[in-house]
Design a protein around this ligand. Structure first.
Ligand SMILES: Nc1ncnc2c1ncn2[C@@H]1O[C@H](COP(=O)(O)OP(=O)(O)OP(=O)(O)O)[C@@H](O)[C@H]1O
Ligand SMILES: Nc1ccn([C@@H]2O[C@H](COP(=O)(O)O)[C@@H](O)[C@H]2O)c(=O)n1
Length: 217
């Protein structure tokens, strides 16, 4: 049986991982959070220096647990990769060619083993250009920063809306202007603006798109 791929791209805090995870669960597909992979590499680079990047494959081994935990060289780093230090450095590391080649190859290999919902910045354009369904998920910077604020506050982190807005805008700017695989909407991706959608509504829109697409095939 051939595998189905669903690509979800978009800027920071648009809701990609929340919705992608739910869609994957509903369809019983594998969920792959490619941002988590770039974050894991960044954590390792921060600890060991940029020099390891030229031989990245011999230093870094990334795997996912059954509840989407992220393992870096067999250590669960799910919490560490969300630290402000990693967040502030990840777009710089993700712009490096060797890092992208290494992770894109890994992401493509995973997609050959199962039907996947993969979210990131370059899935529809570069990683899985033949994905059956491509979504470009958007929301206004204000809505995205407000959602992130709720999330951070719930985690007990003391951070203000201004700082979060600046962080989101800065990361989007680096991600969308880098030379290799910048964040852009694929020509054949469906734009989904979640600014005025609940999580359930956004999920339902994607499920509908998948059902429509698979019925036609
Ligand atoms: N449609 C929605 N309505 C309200 N809140 C939402 C919606 N979608 C996502 N959220 C919330 O917004 C926050 C950011 O969502 P999420 O982490 O899924 O974004 P993301 O696009 O994966 O971000 P990043 O690329 O930075 O990892 C989360 O707290 C999530 O619960
Ligand atoms: N396909 C991807 C996915 C992510 N990135 C980079 O990683 C950063 C963190 O991603 P999150 O989804 O966890 O926020 C993101 O800002 C990008 O720099 C990428 O380049 N390609």
């Amino acid at each position: 049986m051939s595998h189905i791929s669903i690509a979800i791209d978009g800027p920071a805090a648009a809701g990609k991982s929340t919705i992608a995870k739910r869609v994957a669960k509903k369809l019983e597909y594998l969920y792959i959070d490619t941002g988590a992979m770039y974050r894991a590499v960044t954590l390792y680079v921060l600890e060991h220096g940029d020099d390891i990047i030229k031989d990245i494959g011999s230093h870094i081994h990334i795997t996912f647990g059954i509840n989407d935990e992220v393992y870096l060289n067999d250590k669960d780093v799910s919490a560490e990769i969300r630290s402000p230090e990693v967040t502030n450095n990840v777009s710089r590391v993700a712009a490096i060619g060797e890092v992208r080649t290494y992770l894109v190859d890994m992401q493509r290999e995973i997609s050959k083993t199962a039907s996947v919902v993969m979210d990131g910045r370059d899935i529809g354009t570069t990683v899985l250009p033949d994905a059956e369904v491509k979504i470009f998920m958007q929301a206004s910077p204000k809505v995205r920063a407000e959602r992130r604020l709720l999330e951070e506050t719930a985690r007990g982190n003391d951070i203000d809306l201004e700082t979060l807005t600046a962080e989101i805008i800065r990361r989007d700017e680096i991600d969308s202007t880098r030379e290799i695989s910048p964040l852009v909407q694929a020509d054949d991706a469906v734009l989904l603006d979640t600014s005025h959608l609940s999580i359930e509504e956004a999920e339902a829109e994607i499920i509908q798109l998948v059902e429509d697409k698979l019925e036609v095939q």
